[in-house]
Design a protein around this ligand. Structure first.
Ligand code: TYD
Length: 197
């Protein structure tokens, strides 16, 4: 299973992935936890540049895709091949939502680049943790470049994710996390995963 986790800022993805990993470990499910941008030494270096430097939107897009190509080929694909589950914090849908819906780069071009970088492998399941963007942003203690873009930008990102979810009902699971504690979010995701265990 290749499972990705998406959301706007401060939605609790990292906590969820940590909790899920503990559950899977207890159940004896071999898995890899990784993230984008990052997950390999080269991609983590690219991550530092993307998150810290100002740049043109196209440069940003290509850097995300470069990091992804490296990450997918050297880390995700081999892990899946060996029979591991892969839990990835953000993936191709983030590029559509942030660089496409929010920054305004054409979606078909991003879809093409996404396909190339991920060798045409889509996630089997994608969980979108949905939280009002104002709440999420208020949680950011050390805001990155994207969090500093503010509420309107984050709203476009959220709308983008929800549109993708509408188009890809089989793959996408939207979880409204506003009134849930981390344990409840983890339980909801485990329920969706149980039939694959
Ligand atoms: P990070 O600090 O990991 O944010 P979060 O905890 O919210 O995931 O930084 C990753 C940032 O990169 C995040 O703001 C979303 C953004 N991003 C894109 O804009 N495009 C992408 O393709 C990916 C993978 C991430």
């Amino acid at each position: 299973m290749f499972i990705t986790f998406e959301g706007t800022e401060g939605c609790g993805k990292s906590t969820l992935i940590r909790n899920l990993s503990t559950r899977l470990q207890t159940l004896g499910v071999p898995h890899l936890v990784t993230r984008e941008p990052g997950g390999t030494r080269t991609a983590e270096e690219i991550r530092k540049i993307i998150l810290n430097e100002e740049m043109d939107p196209l440069t940003e897009l290509f850097l995300y895709e470069a990091a992804r190509a490296e990450h997918f080929k050297t880390t995700i694909a081999p892990a899946l091949k060996q029979g591991n589950w892969v839990l990835c914090d953000r993936f191709t849908d983030s590029t559509l939502a942030y660089q496409g819906y929010a920054r305004g780069i054409q979606l078909p071009m991003i879809r093409t680049l996404n396909r190339i970088a991920s060798q045409r492998r889509s996630p089997d399941l994608t969980f979108f943790l949905d939280l009002p963007v104002e709440i999420g942003l208020s949680r950011a203690s050390d805001p990155n470049r994207f969090e500093r873009e503010g509420v309107e930008f984050q709203k476009k990102v959220r709308k983008g994710f929800l549109e993708i979810a509408k188009k890809e009902k089989k793959r996408f699971r939207v979880i409204r996390v506003t009134d849930l504690d981390p344990e409840q979010v983890c339980e909801k995701v485990m329920r969706a995963l149980r039939k694959h265990l």
